[in-house]
Design a protein around this ligand. Sequence first.
Ligand SMILES: [Zn+2]
Length: 256
Amino acid sequence: MSTSTAVSGRRKSGSSKQDKPDNSPLPGQAISARPMAGDAIYERILGSIMEHRLTPGTKLVEEKLAGIFGVNRTRVREVLARLSHEGLITTIPNRGAFVASPTPEEARNIFAARRLLEPALLRHLCEQTRPEHIAQLRAHVAEEARARESNDRRAIIRLSGEFHIRIADMVENTVMSKMMRELASLTCLIIVLYDSPTVPACTHDEHGDIINAIAAGRTEDAVAAMLEHLDHIEEVLDMSAPPGEDEDLEAMLGMV
Ligand SMILES: [Zn+2]
């Protein structure tokens, strides 16, 4: 996830003088030995979920994470509490924290919520569309196309989700933005759990159709295109597939 997109509710406690705006390294980039700030750890875990590196059901051991990020367990616990609050992590008493593994029913509920939220966001955006919105969305889709050309699956998945978050951010309603961000992250978990490996999360053609309708001021066409798009994402999921498991937490977090 882009580090330029501010996440609300940051930094209530646990900040030290060393905390700086998140500058978390990209996957594959060298990691500094300096302790990571809570926000940076949060972004790292969230990014790893969005890119399908950190898979549903993975156990997040506080002590191990503290070692990986070079921080104390209190800071790890704060980050895990925040992710838990957003539904991305499940805490089981006496067993610990795990990356959430939405059931088929929960998955359907998440799509139902998106079908309510995203048309509303589009209607708001269509009322206040500025040329730069269209330019930004088109640039985003061009980036998706490039990721597809180079067959960069992680980037494809991340950018797919971010397209929807960008629309929400343009509406400038922080509550709706936060909801969209959480739903997009949860959708990423659902896709990694239930997607057929050959099917991409979002097709950029459909994103393009949505942008064209917004640009032309055809609000209802934009809404219809979005609903159809959400149907397509849900249709390709195989809810009978068992959750996957992996063990290398450090690699999943892009810290090696
Ligand atoms: Zn999409």
